[in-house]
Each structure stands twice: as structure tokens, then as C-alpha cells.
Write a protein that binds this ligand. Structure first.
Ligand code: HEM
Length: 530
């Protein structure tokens, strides 16, 4: 109570509306029990501040409602933290530009440190070194490979979906995840996997892919239980499985690095590949250490593994969830499927996707990109990127009024609120409508700065932005060139009920680190050639 009173007094000095929560949203016990606890509290006592703003995914459920009620800036005050939520686009741009004043709070990203520190978990000085190294391989050569591989994966995935026929049990999330991880493997590790073989191996066996999925699905849990305990003799079997996944992933990556090192020494490795690029940085580090040559510019082996894990994690489920949300929406909008197909035909005619060239055509495929933009507007995989004032107070101008933000306050650009606010997106802000992204001159609409940032903004934005766009556009364009998708009714189900069920599935989220549908795999979808 004393901590809450203290934080309340600090927040009051900002002169903004305040909402109090009796529990810190970072409290470990609360993180574990919040979902059943919130359901129970809501059932017995009705909605309260705690049930509205106390969960990890409250931003998604609330969207712009809190800002419409409290204004463009308001504070969520808990015994542990003050979260200052901001929806004014100019203030949001300002926050991202002042990276050294509104700092990324690395303490909130510790779950990403499974193997070592990485670009998301180091402090702002070290960040520059990591960022320079990991950004280098994200170039047009990588995008070219991603394009070809995404087309290949989409073709194989679609073949399986069509074969599934009227059963429609396609496993939407499982399959888009397999495909996007294969795109990443082709680009990063120079391995081109067969979609169906990898899908089967994911259901059995102990591959690095299964290990990665296990680690990703349990990353919140791993934040609570140290790796050594997970692998200990007395740990329950389910914990040991997570510990084992960490070992399998590490072994695979070390093995890959070893092979790559050998290729490099023979002068064979492709310079564009992610692994060789990171490996060179690690060798540079060893060299610097041996020669005692100035400040470190390379990466230690643990940092190398840490960054490879981060890129695997950040680089595939983000795109695969976006594909899954998009396809789920497209089943509700057959007209948008035709709209995409029309553009694909105008560019490629009936040419098979094996012949599609990246450079000449990616820029022309505006409608698939519009689908991606619209899905990310309403369903951004990373729902919030808080910044912290740390030890210094900072000034901030919101709607033309200056305020002082005290030290150690988390300042949160309200991504989901600004991306679904009627002021910026009109009365139909909550309607999924890709056509809003194309203007009357057939150009992609450029939204006002600070109103659309699913890849974040400023220097710490997503280095994989274009890579994800290329992967997504290739997949959607090739899926809808000749085919259409339809959701299948359950026995005796009416069309209206099916639509309502689909919308419910779209809006029910899994409680993980990234936003994703809880039950995407339960959708029965039928693909047919037109
Ligand atoms: C739909 C696709 C994607 C979205 C919406 C997305 C979004 C984001 C966002 C919002 C951040 C900043 C997070 C923060 O500041 O807390 C980020 C960072 C990052 N993303 Fe992505 N991302 C996507 C795809 C990718 C892909 C395909 C890759 C790599 C292959 C990638 C690699 C990274 C990395 C390495 C970072 C950390 C950058 C840094 O801290 O400097 N992302 N992403």
C-alpha cells in the first residue's frame, strides 16, 4: 500500500488522469495466475480496473477505449511501476526519436536472454555494436532469397491444403509457422527445406525447429525458472522437456556455426548469409581479444547464439501470425480475395510463381502489401514497446502542453490505440479493410507519422521489416493467384453462426509474448482452384 501511495503521489505531479491497480503487472505470481484470476474476478465481481488493465494483452482488448475515456495521455499506477500511456502521434514520434532519453527498458526483455545477451537485451551503448552487426545481412540479397523461398513454401503449403479437400483440417497457424521458419532457414542458414517433410518432422522428433517452438511457447515460464533448474534431476518431465529444448537448439546452432566456419575457411560461404555474417563478427571479437586491440566491435560466442535465437524468434512467428490473421479475415471477405487475384493477374497473367522475379514485381504487388498493413494495423504481433525515463526526469509535449515525466516511469506509445483510433482511421477504424491503403491513383497510402508503427519507429525499429514484407507478399500473391479459400461450417451450423464463430476465433488470443490467435488451427478451411 505504501508503494502504491508513493507511486500515486509521483504520478499526480504529472497532472494526467490516473488509474490505480492494487497489483504490479510485473509481479511474477500475478504473471502466472492472471488469466484464470481475471476470469474469476470478472465472474464474481464484474469488471474492474484490475480485470480491464491488469493482463499482458489488455492493449489488444481495450484498443482506443481507455484513451477515448481518459484523453491522449493517462497513467496506470501500480505498486511497482507507473505506465504512462500516450496516443498523441507527435508525442509518439518524439519518444522514438529521443532514444537516449526514453530508453528501452531491457529489464523487461530478459526472457529473450536464453542463450546470451542480444540486440534486444543490451543497454543503449552496447546496442549500437549489436545492431550494426545484425543489420548487415538484412539486405536485398537476403530479400531476394526470401522471395524465392516464400513462393516455394507457399506452393507446397497450398498443395497440401488443396489435397485436404472438404475436410479442411489444415492447421493454419502450424503451417504458416512451418513455412516462415523455412524461409528464415533458407536465408539465414542456406538450407532449403521441403515444406511437407519439415511439417512431419515437427510433429515427431527432436529437431531444432521443435526445440525453437518449445522455447518460444514457454518463454514467459523460462523467465521465472532458471535453465539450470529446468534441466535438474528433480525437475518435472514437462520442465525437463523445456530444458532439453534449450540444449537441442544450442547444439544445432553450434554445429551449424562449426560447418559455416569450415566453409568460410575454404572461402566457400555466401557472404550474404546471416550465420556467416554473424560468425565473422564473432571471429573479429576473438581477434580483438587476442590482440588487445581497442574497444570490442565483434560478438562473443554467447552473444552470437543470443542474437541467432532472437532472430529466429523475432523473425518467423511475427510473419506467420500476420499470415494466419490475414487468411482468417480473407475467408470472411471473398471480394478481397478477388481483388488480390486481379492485381496478381495484371502483373503475372497465368505465369506460374516459379517464374516470378523479385526486383521487377515486388513493388507492383500493392494489394497483398495492403492486406499486410491492414492486418498489422489491427493485429500487431508486438503489442507494446515501452520506454523508460530511468534515472532522469524528461519533458514531454502532448497535444501542445508540456509535462515533466518523473524518473523511472515507463512511457508507452499506445500502438493499438493509435492504430485503431477513429480520429486517424475514420468511423470504420475497427473494420478490417485493406482497400483503405490504396488511394485513387493506385498508390499506397502513407499514414500520418506516429499513427502507424507495427515495426516500431526510430533507430530501434525492426531490421526485418522489408524481409517480412517480401515473405508475406510472395506468399499471399501466390496463394490467391488461382485459388480461393472458404471456411467450412460444422454439422448443422448456419452461415451466420460460422461467421460469428470465425470472428470469435480471430479475437481470442493466446496468452504468449506475441499476439496470436489461440485456436487458429481449429479453423476448417477449404481451398479450391477457380
Ligand atoms: C510482421 C513482421 C514483423 C513485425 C510486425 C515486427 C515488429 C518488430 C518490432 C515492433 C520490433 C521492436 C520491438 C521493441 O522495440 O521492443 C522489432 C524488432 C526486431 N525485429 Fe521484427 N518484426 C517483424 C518481422 C521480423 C523479421 C522477419 C525479422 C528477422 C528475420 C525481425 C527481426 C527483428 C529484430 C532482430 C529486432 C530487434 C531489433 C533491435 O532491438 O534493435 N523482425 N520487430
Amino acid at each position: 500500500a505504501l508503494c502504491l501511495a508513493n507511486n500515486y503521489a509521483r504520478a499526480r505531479r504529472m497532472g494526467v488522469p490516473i488509474v490505480l491497480l492494487p497489483i504490479s503487472t510485473m509481479n511474477i505470481l500475478w504473471i502466472v495466475i492472471q488469466h484464470p484470476a481475471i476470469s474469476l474476478l470478472e465472474r464474481f465481481f464484474g469488471p474492474s480496473n484490475l480485470t480491464r488493465y491488469g493482463s499482458r494483452d489488455w492493449h489488444f482488448r481495450d484498443r482506443a477505449q481507455a484513451h477515448i475515456k481518459f484523453g491522449d495521455v493517462w497513467a496506470l499506477v501500480t505498486p511497482g511501476e507507473i505506465w504512462l500511456n500516450v496516443v498523441d502521434p507527435d508525442a509518439i514520434v518524439d519518444i522514438f526519436q529521443r532514444r537516449t532519453q526514453f530508453l528501452r527498458p531491457v529489464e523487461l526483455y530478459q526472457m529473450l536472454n536464453v542463450f546470451g545477451m542480444n540486440v534486444s537485451t543490451v543497454n543503449s551503448i552496447e546496442w549500437k555494436r549489436h545492431r550494426k552487426i545484425i543489420s548487415a545481412p538484412f539486405n536485398e540479397l537476403a530479400n531476394n532469397i526470401a522471395w524465392a523461398e516464400s513462393l516455394k513454401q507457399a506452393r507446397e503449403m497450398l498443395r497440401g491444403w488443396v489435397q485436404e479437400g472438404s475436410n479442411g483440417n489444415i492447421g493454419l497457424h502450424r503451417d504458416t509457422r512451418t513455412a516462415t521458419l523455412n524461409v528464415l532457414a533458407a536465408t539465414g542458414f542456406n538450407r532449403s527445406y521441403n515444406f511437407h517433410e519439415t511439417r512431419t518432422s515437427e510433429q515427431h522428433g527432436e529437431s531444432y525447429r521443435v526445440a525453437l517452438f518449445t522455447l518460444m511457447d514457454n518463454s514467459l515460464f523460462m523467465q521465472l525458472v532458471p535453465k539450470a533448474i529446468l534441466s535438474s534431476l528433480f525437475a518435472p518431465a514437462s520442465w525437463k522437456q523445456i530444458g532439453r529444448a534449450a540444449e537441442v537448439f544450442k547444439e544445432y546452432m553450434l554445429n551449424l556455426l562449426h560447418q559455416e566456419k569450415q566453409l568460410l575457411s575454404e572461402g566457400k560461404a555466401g557472404a550474404s548469409h546471416l550465420t556467416s555474417s554473424l560468425l565473422r563478427a564473432s571471429e573479429e571479437y576473438s581477434h580483438e581479444k587476442q590482440t588487445g586491440n581497442g574497444k570490442a566491435k565483434g560478438l562473443t560466442i554467447n552473444e552470437l547464439l543470443g542474437n541467432i535465437y532472437l532472430i529466429n524468434l523475432a523473425g518467423h512467428d511475427t510473419t506467420s501470425n500476420t499470415l494466419a490473421y490475414s487468411i482468417a479475415h480473407l475467408t470472411l471477405c471473398p471480394d478481397v480475395q478477388d481483388w488480390i487475384s486481379e492485381e496478381v493477374h495484371a502483373i503475372f497473367g497465368d505465369s506460374p510463381s516459379e517464374t516470378w522475379e523479385y526486383e521487377a514485381t515486388f513493388k507492383q504487388l500493392k494489394r497483398p502489401l495492403a492486406v499486410m498493413y491492414e492486418t498489422l494495423r489491427m493485429f500487431p504481433p508486438i503489442m507494446a514497446f515501452p520506454k523508460s525515463t530511468k534515472g532522469q526526469q524528461q519533458s514531454l509535449e502532448v497535444n501542445g502542453s508540456a509535462m515533466m515525466v518523473p524518473p523511472n516511469v515507463y512511457v508507452v506509445p499506445s500502438l493499438l490505440a493509435v492504430q485503431s483510433h477513429t480520429t486517424h482511421w475514420g468511423e470504420d477504424a475497427l473494420v478490417w479493410k485493406p482497400s483503405r491503403w490504396i488511394d485513387e491513383n493506385n498508390e499506397l497510402v502513407l499514414p500520418r507519422k506516429g499513427t502507424y508503427l507495427p515495426w516500431s519507429d526510430g533507430a530501434q525499429n525492426c531490421p526485418g521489416k522489408k524481409f517480412s514484407q517480401v515473405t508475406f507478399v510472395a506468399a499471399i500473391a501466390s496463394l490467391f493467384q488461382f485459388h480461393r479459400v472458404q471456411a467450412l461450417c460444422a454439422d448443422g451450423e448456419s452461415k451466420e453462426h460460422l461467421e460469428a464463430r470465425l470472428r470469435k476465433i480471430i479475437n481470442e488470443t493466446a496468452h504468449g509474448v506475441l499476439l496470436r490467435m489461440k485456436d487458429a488451427d481449429s479453423l476448417r478451411l477449404s481451398w479450391r482452384r477457380v
